[in-house]
Ligand binder design. Structure first.
Ligand SMILES: [Fe+2]
Length: 269
């Protein structure tokens, strides 16, 4: 973790103030016409109302990390090229026009230059389907438990109304406890410090399936390719693999090597 410490050491007081604000949980609102996350998912699932996606009925799918939403997660995995392209377009525009302006404003207000090198972000957002079930999905954790950088920030974005048992429960600051579910709707996104704030799901007895996306991003200046994983080996969270990057102007880094076949993010011109 030596390289991580050095990245932290280079932070100015202004940078630290900006980071502290960004690590404080808050809700961002956005225009769902401009950033259409939902219709590609509706098309991929072949249903009109995502909140009524049925839980799996076979015993194998009811528990475990994928839980009762497993059939829908499988459906997402095999989504069509058209859906893939549309969701990545929504994602990229969201990063460029919602996330980047927000972090730029926070940095400017605190006099931080962290934004000047742009952002590193999770190449594909994670898709979640938390169907009604007597079992939670996943287990309580903070993302640092899995070797993620402390400089990462998390965005959690539901496609249906969430709150209570169909939402993600999170503590408001590291180690505080006092867990509460995100109470948000489509058109809202929660920005939080999932790297240090523990979060988990509970048995969804709401009768409403939660469909959501989430992703991680960080300032490129604080990205460390030499970071170690939790076993002391090289990190798997590499730029060009797990991560992609946009500059301060929002443009994709044209020099970054990208895998083929991953939709609109990876086309030139
Ligand atoms: Fe997490």
């Amino acid at each position: 973790m030596a390289a991580l410490a050095s990245a932290g050491d280079a932070l100015t007081p202004e940078d630290r103030a900006a980071l502290a604000e960004l690590r404080t949980q808050r809700t961002l609102t956005y225009d769902t016409q401009e950033h259409d996350w939902r219709s590609p998912v509706v098309d991929a699932m072949g249903v009109e109302a995502l909140q009524t996606l049925e839980p799996a009925t076979d015993g194998r799918s009811r528990g475990g990390s994928r839980g009762a939403g497993a059939p829908w997660l499988r459906k997402w995995t095999t989504r069509s090229p058209d859906v893939r392209e549309r969701i990545l377009a929504a994602y990229l525009s969201f990063l460029q026009e919602v996330v980047l302006p927000h972090v730029r404003e926070v940095c400017a207000r605190h006099g931080s230059t962290l934004c000047e090198d742009g952002l590193v972000f999770q190449r594909e957002p994670s898709f979640r389907c938390h169907a009604p079930s007597p079992n939670p999905t996943g287990r309580p954790h903070c993302d640092a438990d899995y070797g993620h950088s402390e400089f990462e920030l998390n965005v959690w974005l539901p496609l249906v109304e969430c709150g209570g048992s169909n939402s993600l429960w999170c503590e408001p600051a590291p180690g505080i406890g006092d867990y509460a579910p995100f109470a948000v709707n489509y058109g809202e996104a929660v920005l939080f410090w999932g790297n240090r704030c523990r979060h988990y799901t509970v048995a969804n007895d709401s009768g409403i399936t939660r469909v959501s996306f989430d992703f991680r991003f960080l300032f490129r200046r604080l990205y460390d390719p030499h970071m170690e994983n939790i076993y002391g080996g090289p990190t798997a969270f590499l730029l060009g693999g797990y991560f992609d990057a946009i500059g301060a102007d929002g443009e994709l880094d044209a020099d970054l090597a990208r895998p083929k076949g991953h939709g609109v993010l990876y086309r030139r011109g």
